[in-house]
Design a protein around this ligand. Structure first.
Ligand code: NAD
Length: 350
């Protein structure tokens, strides 16, 4: 009996390692990858009612959080395991790491196991820029980016690919992070201004992205820093007790969210009354609710990251690895000749 399934076997699960994800993304190109991913995300948002939905299951500790993010449609089930530990970066680890699984609803077998650290950065950026297409002011060219860590470059590239942003104003409390992002993004052809303060970064920006990591109610932006007509893309406030915007900004903004039961616990709006009005993005994408209404409005995407975006990302990767070598067959399913003879299989392997 064969112990190691070969690629022809039905019992292997395609596994996309970090190395293969990098090969896949580089083969496609970061911006085309994000654009393709955004199409999958938008298509899934447009069929939102078809999904099983639940706020993610979070296990909190003083240092961070570990979360499981499940969802399913009639055909596939998906989940992501992801952490958020802002102190990791100071110790030489990623703040956010992740992996995920896509399965068949029909027989429950896993169909794909993938790294999702890179994929999370790509899908978060794709979602932000997709939302930007509905909410950013017309003709926006300049984006302020506050927080220049792991997510930063992906956000910039996504906003160029989907919204035409070419000029960036960068700020981070750690100047080394800004230097890193500036170097990476200048190499990609962006016009960059490195800013010593958040106040300087937002000057003249039509879009403001906040992607900082700090496990507290932080005030990255105060009310006076946000002028009329700006679109805010706030991705770093994504946990109870972890926010980036002063509550007064929220009161002036039209707020757009992924899944209210999760965002009310985790997003910027945890600072507001539980019945404060918000608009669900899937309704905007279906044309059932307005996006940006006028040039003066302040719009806010209170992003926390929802399971359907990961589901879309896994489906996108599943489609794109077909016919490539960017995966390995993983022996993670028992496959006895007689399904009831699991013990016999073990004995024959002696
Ligand atoms: P990271 O640790 O790599 O980078 C965070 C950066 O923020 C660091 O460079 C840090 O110096 C900077 N920073 C911290 N406090 C700041 C402040 N007051 N002003 C300016 N800069 C400040 O983290 P990352 O992987 O880039 O993630 C950024 C944030 O995005 C995290 O909070 C993470 O939880 C969140 N995130 C959200 C989603 C989502 O879907 N909404 C997805 C992934 C990550």
């Amino acid at each position: 009996m064969m112990l190691r399934p070969q690629p022809s076997s039905l019992a292997y699960v395609p596994f996309v390692s970090v190395e293969n994800m990098m090969r896949l993304v580089n083969a496609i190109g970061v911006e085309p990858f994000i654009a393709g991913l955004a199409e999958y995300i938008e298509a899934d948002f447009r069929r939102w009612p078809e999904f099983d939905k639940t706020p993610r299951v979070a296990s909190h500790s003083p240092e961070g959080v570990i979360e499981l993010m499940p969802t399913a449609d009639a055909e596939n089930y998906g989940f992501k395991y992801v952490n958020g530990h802002p102190k990791n970066m100071r110790e030489g680890y990623q703040t956010v790491t992740a992996f995920g699984v896509l399965s068949s609803v029909g027989n429950g077998y896993p169909l794909l196991l993938s790294e999702m650290t890179l994929l999370t950065a790509l899908r978060t950026a794709a979602t932000s820029a997709l939302v930007g297409r509905y909410l950013a002011p017309e003709g926006a060219e300049v984006m302020a980016m506050i927080g220049n860590g792991a997510q930063c470059e992906f956000q910039a590239l996504a906003f160029r690919a989907l919204c035409g942003i070419t000029r960036l104003r960068l700020h981070d409390i750690d100047p080394a992070a800004t230097r890193k992002a500036a170097r990476n993004l200048r190499a990609q052809g962006f016009e960059i201004v490195e800013c010593a303060t958040a106040q300087a970064a937002v000057e003249g920006a039509q879009i403001i992205t906040t992607c900082t990591a700090d496990k507290q109610y932080a005030t990255i932006l105060s009310d006076n820093m946000v002028g009329a007509g700006v679109h805010l893309n706030a991705i770093g406030g994504d946990c109870p007790g972890k926010t980036e915007l002063h509550a007064d900004i929220l009161r002036r903004a039209e707020i757009f969210v992924e899944y209210p039961p999760q965002t009310r616990i985790e997003g910027e709006i945890q600072q507001l009354a539980p019945d404060h009005p918000v608009t669900e993005l899937w309704q905007v994408m279906r044309g059932e609710a307005p996006g940006r209404r006028d040039a003066k409005q302040i719009t806010l995407f209170d992003s926390v990251g929802f399971a359907i975006e990961d589901f879309s990302a896994l489906r996108f990767v599943q489609a794109r690895i077909k016919g490539t070598e960017f995966f390995e067959p993983l022996d993670m399913l028992a496959d006895p000749d007689d399904p009831r003879d699991l013990y016999g299989m073990l004995q024959r392997a002696k």
